[in-house]
Design a protein around this ligand. Sequence first.
Ligand code: RIB
Ligand code: CA
Length: 326
Amino acid sequence: MTDPASHRQIPVLLDCDPGHDDAVAILLALGSPQVRLLGISSCFGNCSVEDATRNIQRVLALAGHAEIPVATGAAGPLLGDAALGNYVHGASGLDGPPLPDPAADVVAEDAVGFLRRMLVESDSPVTVVVTGPMTNVGRLLRDHPEVAPRIAEVVFMGGSTERGNHTPTAEFNTYADPDALDLVLRADVPVRMVGLNLTHQALATPDVVKQMLAVPGVIGQTCAAWMGFFGDSYERLWEFSSPPVHDPCTIAALLDPDVIEWREAFVAVELDGRWTRGTTVVDLHRRYPDQSPNVRVAMRLEVDRYWDLVLAALERLSDRLAGADR
Ligand code: RIB
Ligand code: CA
């Protein structure tokens, strides 16, 4: 007899490039009972795919969830060279506090094979969350278009309705593989975009970090230390007084429909501009009348509610670890 609550859970596949904020997104997914995390696939981005894979495994070991399957994904974009974000996240991609060694091996399939199998085996459509470059999911939909009806929606952190970060106009994830994002935008799947215009509202202020430190045990301490490293990078590179914790916003959107205000808009990604490749073009005011809205774009964050969701998940994980030690 399966747990009746499990039928109300949202089946989720997470594709990510940890990355400090990806790591918090993993903990938010693990610590939220509304989510049934089917698996995690890695992608190059904040660091090499090898380091991203290891970082996923280490975060799962930290959280006591080594049972979550992990698949290794793309080492670079569909076209061109790999842009890496070690300048933000450090040499390991997740610099800062010590983390446990991986407690389980990766699955035998690569990310595309794993994602496809998970979608085929699921008894209901799956929400695919992408918090790194879109390469794995773009390749999945290009090579296996038959799985599109099995995807409830793609929710991705990337792009922006305003300026970029990796370049003046392009956000890092969309810059890293704009061709993959273009494939997903053209596919027959619902898409929600959580761009910098939204995630720059999700600042880990000193008060937030203080609340993380109040979470008993290693979970709270580690998250607070991650915010320290991530915050130093954001202050050095972009003069932020507190770091924007981008990626968990995608998971929070699944937990509470009211935590983010959305807007339907036509979104395209620039593929050819010498200075603008990877820039998301978001038509908020129907300036292209012949282009129908194709994406729901995140516009406003209920900041206190967001952090309540994150901190509650950290508390649950901490309680579960404490229970395991008893
Ligand atoms: O631009 C921010 C995004 O790029 C986040 O997902 C961060 O983790 C990096 O992947
Ligand atoms: Ca990321």
